[in-house]
Design a protein around this ligand. Structure first.
Ligand code: DCP
Ligand code: CA
Length: 348
């Protein structure tokens, strides 16, 4: 585990950049990829947008109607996921050539273990070549972060976006981490940050004043991870594997509803579609997640991980329904959107 060199690569504004490449006349204009805005009445969300659109405050996950209000003249495009998947495969083929140990994390993110190079300088040179090859072949820019582990590499890339390349050697970890907001630390979301805020902890430097024991008392096992990450410690290996795929579908109702018949009729359709896709790819599923977005855009999820992967439709139906029912029982508000997601593994 000693002296590792890990690279994280993340494509810039991926879906929107692909659209820009395919439609050069869009260049320089704000582009939003996501649900149909329907002149401001659309009810889905933004998948991503280019940097011109970000200037208007538009970002991933935001209701598409807000994005429309922020910039009605933006170019709104539907999510052409099959095409982005094809582009992603080509990019990943390039990335994988640069190390025997690679891990594809999502359509536009991957890690490489570059420890075999023996120096951060060489790793930086390799990263330059990698970025150039992707740009030459795919006409797309990416950002690369290099560090002694996955967490640092990812955080470095995050800070270097877009089209960046940045390296943090072990000697520079402390100075890199300490001034950052705690929410920059993977695993610290808004809820954890709010709890820490109550202790006057806002930066990673302030976070380091809390003991490991104290953090475990506050957050359970995650507390230990947070303690270590704040110090730049992370031993997660780069595991050569294809992306842990997840398959899913969502449906936003035309009007918020609590009509069980409507909800479960839609949900049954979603379950059937997800199952069909599983079958098409010959996948087994292991984790089932139900998603429920309530009135006011409050989104909740519930997951169940099975002991064994399976492709049994009855198990999927049973677990999926149980999870959605639990979500509905915990929150009696009107429902805006429901969805189902399964994490899959290849049949061996
Ligand atoms: N995505 C999505 N919905 C989200 C977040 C992301 O559909 N809430 C999709 C669209 C993105 C892609 O995943 O293009 C990659 O996500 P990133 O978080 O890496 O975001 P981008 O690549 O769009 O932008 P950045 O330049 O910040 O990496
Ligand atoms: Ca990205």
């Amino acid at each position: 585990m000693k002296n590792r060199i890990i690279l994280h690569i993340d494509m810039d504004y991926f879906f929107a950049q692909v659209e820009e490449r395919e439609n050069p006349h869009f260049k320089g204009k704000p582009i939003v990829v996501g649900a149909d805005p329907k002149c401001g009445r659309g009810r889905g969300v933004v998948s991503t947008c280019n940097y011109e659109a970000r200037k208007y405050g538009i970002k991933a996950g935001m209701p598409i109607s807000w994005a429309y209000r922020a910039c009605p003249k933006a170019i709104f495009l539907p999510v052409n996921i099959e095409f982005y998947q094809k582009v992603s495969e080509k990019i990943m083929e390039i990335i994988k050539k640069y190390s025997k140990i690679w891990e594809v994390v999502s359509l536009d993110e991957a890690y490489l273990n570059l420890s075999f190079l023996g120096s951060f300088k060489k790793a930086e040179k390799l990263a330059k070549k990698l970025k150039e090859e992707i740009f030459e072949k795919e006409k797309l820019t990416a950002t690369v972060g290099i560090g002694p582990n996955k967490v640092i590499a990812k955080m470095v890339a995050e800070q270097a976006k877009p089209n960046g390349l940045s390296v943090i050697t072990p000697a520079k970890i402390k100075a890199f981490l300490e001034p950052l907001d705690i929410q920059e630390l993977p695993g610290v979301g808004p809820k954890t940050a709010a709890k820490l805020g109550a202790f006057n902890v806002h930066t990673i430097k302030e976070l380091k004043k809390l003991s490991q024991k104290g953090l475990i008392e506050l957050f359970g096992v995650v507390g230990k991870t947070i303690y270590e990450r704040a110090r730049g410690i992370d031993t997660e290996p780069v595991v050569s594997e294809e992306m842990v795929k997840s398959i899913g579908q969502e449906h936003t109702f035309q009007k918020d509803t609590r009509d069980s018949e409507v909800i479960f009729k839609t949900y049954r359709k979603i379950i059937r579609n997800v199952y069909q896709e599983l079958k098409n790819y010959k996948f087994l599923f292991r984790t089932v997640t139900a998603i429920c977005r309530f009135q006011g855009f409050e989104t909740h999820t519930k997951s169940k991980t099975l002991k064994e992967p399976t492709d049994d439709l009855d198990v999927l139906k049973k677990e999926a329904k149980k999870l959605l029912l639990k979500l509905m029982m915990q929150n009696l508000k009107l429902i805006r959107m429901i969805g189902l997601r399964v994490k899959v593994v290849k049949k061996t």
